[in-house]
Design a binder for this molecule. Structure first.
Ligand SMILES: [Zn+2]
Length: 329
């Protein structure tokens, strides 16, 4: 998988412009931002590690989770997402154009992985709920597997919920925090908690909606992964206000367990770290002279070593893309 396949370059530039425009609109209301405690462990002590595009990034002194603090309030964020030109652009342009590649390279393997995990943990197959279903592609792919008797999407955005329904997916147009669900066998949440004002409230709501021994499958960036660690502030993945919370395997475990879930496993099957860092070196944004060893792998011997190196990262929980599986106690 190549980054340009899922985020085509030309569209990526327009996306970047709209993202900055959205961010400026939000930053104009900065005085309404709220100070929070660590979103993983609740720790009260944190220190600023850098500022980027007007947002202040801090690290928890206790569990090393990185998060934006102070951050837009829940209602500011709701307004931001409701009126974001960037999100409209994704829904109208980027998702439709890149859907087939995304379906093949991201969503179909994702559905296969979810079914394999469900078999591994012998979960009941009556109901899978995908929270933050977005464009509905995962729901379509998991339905094709015919493993679950019922698949339900939860998607609070009006436009995206309409897209899900158009695809024949049963959809609840609310947040999980405001939904009363029949007990779900499995709840999935892909790349969502990093965006939320209050991840603990969200995971608690998911835990409440799960049947006993039900499985919670979640993906989010791993801030201790390769591209975050090497690029630091320059990593594109560090970006407000979209990404507010940056967990790592240990801090995500703390969070899940504080919500009544038992962490069963964590993996980082990411595919893009090496390529992301390579691109930063090639564009001159990251200085290869500072890390000649990485330059050997990512530039000089890329064809031979790039893939192997990425596999090494993925297999050893060193990639920046993380999957966690937890079970309701
Ligand atoms: Zn913490």
């Amino acid at each position: 998988m190549k980054e340009k396949d899922i985020r085509p370059d030309k569209l990526q530039r327009e996306n970047q412009r709209l993202r900055q425009q959205d961010a400026r609109r939000l930053l104009a209301q900065r005085r309404k931002f709220i100070k929070v405690f660590c979103p993983a462990c609740g720790g009260k002590s944190s220190q600023t590690i850098f500022k980027k595009e007007g947002f202040n990034f801090v690290q928890c002194c206790c569990c090393e989770t990185i998060f934006i603090n102070p951050r837009p309030s829940f209602s500011l964020l709701a307004d931001f997402y409701g009126n974001s030109s960037c999100i409209k652009y994704w829904n109208n342009k980027i998702f439709p154009i890149s859907e087939n590649v995304r379906r093949r390279q991201i969503f179909a393997p994702r559905a296969t992985r979810v079914v394999a995990l469900c078999k591994k943990y012998s979960v009941d197959n009556s109901l899978l709920v995908d929270v933050g279903a977005g464009f509905g592609t995962f729901c379509e792919e998991i339905k094709k597997k015919k493993f679950f008797k019922k698949v339900l999407a939860i998607e609070p955005s009006v436009d995206l919920a309409a897209t899900c329904r158009r695809k024949g997916i049963e959809t609840i147009e609310k947040t999980i925090e405001k939904t009363v669900l029949k007990r779900a066998s499995v709840i999935t949440s892909f790349e969502l908690i990093e965006h939320l004002f209050n991840p603990k409230e969200f995971i608690s709501a998911c835990a409440k909606s799960l049947a006993k021994k039900g499985l919670f499958i979640i993906t989010t960036p791993n801030v201790k992964g390769f591209d975050f660690s090497v690029l630091g502030k320059k990593a594109d993945n560090f970006g407000g206000p979209n990404h507010l919370n940056y967990f790592h395997p240990q801090s995500l475990k703390i969070l899940l367990e504080s919500c009544g879930l038992e962490m069963m496993e964590v993996a980082t099957p990411g595919k893009l770290d090496a390529e992301l860092v390579r691109k930063k070196i090639l564009s001159g944004e990251s200085d290869a002279k500072e890390s000649p060893f990485l330059k050997q792998i990512l530039i000089d011997r890329w064809e031979k070593l790039g893939g192997k190196f990425q596999n090494f990262l993925a297999e050893n929980n060193l990639s920046s893309h993380m999957w966690a599986v937890a079970r309701k106690k």
